[in-house]
Design a binder for this molecule. Sequence first.
Ligand SMILES: Cc1cc2nc3c(=O)[nH]c(=O)nc-3n(C[C@H](O)[C@H](O)[C@H](O)COP(=O)(O)OP(=O)(O)OC[C@H]3O[C@@H](n4cnc5c(N)ncnc54)[C@H](O)[C@@H]3O)c2cc1C
Length: 322
Amino acid sequence: MLILSPKEEEESTEIREHDLGIIGLGPGGLTSAIYASRAGIDVVCIGRDYGGQMGLALEIENYPGFENISGIELTDKMREQAEKFGTKIVYGEVDKAEKTNDNKYLIKTDMGNYLVKALILATGGRHRELHIPGEKEFVGKGVSYCATCDAAFFKEKTVIVVGSGDAAATGTLALAAVGAKKIYWVSRSDYLKCERIYIERANSKDNIEILYNKLATEIKGTNTVEEVLFEDGTSLKVDGIFAEIGAIPNIEIAEMLGVELDEGLIKIDDDCNTNVPGIFSAGDVTSKIRNPLSRQITTSIGLATIAALTAAEYLEARFTTQ
Ligand SMILES: Cc1cc2nc3c(=O)[nH]c(=O)nc-3n(C[C@H](O)[C@H](O)[C@H](O)COP(=O)(O)OP(=O)(O)OC[C@H]3O[C@@H](n4cnc5c(N)ncnc54)[C@H](O)[C@@H]3O)c2cc1C
């Protein structure tokens, strides 16, 4: 158990005040932070992981200005730029958020509490699970949700990548690049939803086999993954399985604050306003990016720019005395 000294205890319950709170350290959150802090706003930007989903991308080839850059490198650049303009970055989990009587927002995190006058939710998404027997049992023992993160552990191994979108495509190629012996790229339907260029690259590799109309139903093994069963009665002997089947929007904080949703995404207008005055939203978590294929860094940062500028106008109108 962590025992805090009286001073540390006092610091952990202390409320730090900022003009604008941003939840999300992905490209959306960091872009809003750059714009807002550059406009002279006192910003705190909070996230539980570095770079959000962007931080998981091994290689990014479609971010303008960079032919090829890793997600971590791009995150470093965005974070440095935000910090240069004065953004306070906090690595922490937001457990609770509530409106105060004076129309501010109190954000409670495991790294302390923050009181802000306006809030941008750029909370993005997290990986979706397969929900099949054996999955939970073998997480970290052959079951992974991020091929670009864990590919290196599967050199000379046989693996399955489940999914049909860009994450499954780039994961499959990452596994091929680290020297996996054989990669079965498995789609539950008769098509792949990813960019065409990825399919062409996969088809050019001897160690990748694309299988269509295959639904994984069970993962079996003793200490680690050994076999995956499919609905059609077939099975594959493998050392690992990567579930790359998309993201679930992180809407828990929005729900706590009474923010209206639209089909499970944060509902925003053209200026990135939510239904709650003083709360704005941007990126993958919003109703503006409905098509999963359009959930990209560039689309996220476009909305994040709008959210920051709208939040700046709100702060100016509501909190600046003439
Ligand atoms: C493996 C992979 C490869 C990809 N490759 C590309 C690519 O090549 N090109 C491209 O354009 N796009 C790519 N994408 C998609 C791109 O990364 C996303 O569209 C983009 O990151 C969305 O940005 P965002 O800021 O909206 O959300 P996210 O990146 O999801 O960031 C959300 C942030 O919110 C934080 N958060 C959420 N809830 C809480 C909470 N309760 N407390 C604290 N923090 C919280 C998270 O920690 C995170 O920091 C890839 C995605 C993946 C997974």
